[in-house]
Design a binder for this molecule. Sequence first.
Ligand code: HAM
Length: 418
Amino acid sequence: MINIPKGTKDVLPKDAYKWHFIENAAREIAEVYNLKEIRTPVFEHTELFLRGVGDTTDIVNKEMYTFKDKGDRSITLKPEGTAGAARSFIENGMSSGVLPAKMYYIIPAFRYERPQAGRLREFHQFGIEVYGSQSADTDAEVIFAASSFLDKLGVKNVKLNINSIGCKTCRAEYNAALKAYLEPDLDKMCPTCRERYEKNPLRILDCKEEGCKKITAKAPRMIDYLCDGCRQHFEQVKSYLAAGGLEYTVDSGIVRGLDYYTKTVFEFVSEEIGAQGTVCGGGRYDGLIQELGGSHTPAVGFAAGIERLILLMENTGIPFPEEPKPDVYFAGMDEDSRRTAFSLALKARAAGIAAEVDHMSRSVKAQFKYADKIGARYVAAIGSSELEKGSVNLKRMSDGFTQEVKFEDINSYILSGK
Ligand code: HAM
């Protein structure tokens, strides 16, 4: 037998309703926030992620699914959705269209990580991106969209943490201060941190090595080095969050795992799903479009991990509304009645009624049992006398109430909701 690859999961038909619930909630949120769907390829040129996500991130350094295609091009399965959306924004000239350009996606993403609860190698994200606005209300709107999405799912006890990691100008000043602080201990830090020290010192704060964490515990924080513009922007974001009544904590330790962020960064975190508690993360990234060859375009967005949300809902006992059951089951007693059952089911389906028939040559008794098992609302048993009369006894399964209904009236009877 060939097994599923490590770090991936099947969604079985019996569980698909959970995904539909989350995806429907995502689409409903997208609609009320006026976000339109964007679909980009599952794979892109590797270069996009090197430049977009950043070559000092774990994602680019260790986790990408990269391969050469038959034309000898370096291709990567997307590890996240932002870079592809940004590429498409530029390539399709969206900056000269209506701004802000507000979009969302529901995508698979691929990262070669060590699998554990809530951490997979193929996972799925609901993400949104807004291009063209630099104002703080847009950061706040994106955060509210994430929060409304979590509310719609019914998840509770998820904390919002926010931070600002500044712009190019104040980051340079901060990097210098951080480097000066770390310099005496540099030789005790891990090789990755030593490399980051040269290329992107802020990223050192994201290191998970205990030794490095100790050294950086009291290191200067970006939030204390914000320039006037960034400080004002952050104050405005907070004032909009407060205006909408959203509680948050400023966590100066958030740097995020991707290099493109500027100014606002945020995470929604749960303590109910173990070490991988971040269910949603995002922020502003005003430099990415230009970095990828477009004109300067401010942007902000987030992505939420669908598997983590399902885990959170399961762990905290939040029910998933089940999908509708079949409306009617037509049971045929012999070959002729089975053919009639089959065609009545076709007519019902054409009228938008969910109908089922027997495919396993079961006895009538076993068919009733099966109809009950699949939760059919009505069952119609058809035998020779029903064929003669041209009508069925339609049994309402919830209370056993039975009504004789002509073949041609079955659909309207069921649709009337009796
Ligand atoms: P991210 O924080 O890397 O951000 O991922 C967003 C979410 O995806 C995480 O909070 C988590 O729920 C989920 N996730 C990440 N990695 C895994 C994994 N290995 N297994 C399961 N779930 C995972 C981004 O991807 C950014 N593109 C978000 C963004 C959009 N920022 C601006 N716009």
